[in-house]
Design a protein around this ligand. Structure first.
Ligand code: ZN
Ligand code: ZN
Length: 187
């Protein structure tokens, strides 16, 4: 869905269904603002290109999605942007018999997307799933990100990092002292 038109990714293909096998439609969508669920956020609107091809039983759906996700480096926790380019290679079948108008059994090939009863193809789920599948499980700000020091929490790799035997962080020292006091009072 775009910001201007939330239903832009639902396209009526009734005319295509009346065309012979092999007929083609090219569709382009810019400025897509998608809800991706709790875990994923777009850093910028996404773009999608589709080529629909009429087959003898429905439509082939070839697509190409470009998106930028707002992520967090899984090692150093820095906010990062992850660029994705994902291919879509799917199929969509009518939900009603084109000759008789009767509903087709949705239990047949349930994994294949269906057109709506109004001969519309809903492209939004294809785009959303492509982005969800392409999103890295453990995104990194750079492939060799050394992450955070387990002792002091500072970023590693930004120069020499050696605590020696010195106190780690004045704030931690203060906290430690506070805890001792606290124990003394409650004992
Ligand atoms: Zn990192
Ligand atoms: Zn450290």
């Amino acid at each position: 869905m775009t910001r201007d038109d939330p239903d832009a990714l639902t396209v009526n293909v009734a005319a295509m269904l009346a065309e012979p096998r092999g007929s083609v439609r090219d569709l382009a969508f810019d400025d897509l603002d998608l809800e991706l669920g709790d875990e994923l956020t777009l850093a910028a609107p996404a773009d999608a290109r589709f080529r629909l091809t009429r087959t003898n039983r429905g439509l082939l759906v070839d697509g190409d999605v470009r998106a930028v996700l707002a992520e967090t480096c899984s090692r150093c926790l820095r906010p990062i942007e992850v660029e994705l380019q994902e291919e879509i290679d799917e199929e969509a079948l009518p939900s009603i018999d084109l000759a008789t108008g009767k509903p087709l059994d949705p239990a047949v090939e349930p994994e294949i997307a269906r057109l709506t009863g109004h001969h519309e193809i809903e492209l939004e789920p294809f785009v959303r799933e492509a982005i969800q599948l392409g999103a890295p499980i453990a995104p990194l700000c750079r492939p060799d990100c050394p992450g955070l020091c387990p002792e002091c929490g500072e970023e590693l790799g930004s120069g020499p990092h050696d605590h020696g035997d010195a106190p780690i962080d004045p704030r931690l020292e203060a906290l430690r002292a506070f805890r001792v006091d606290d124990d003394g009072e409650t004992a």
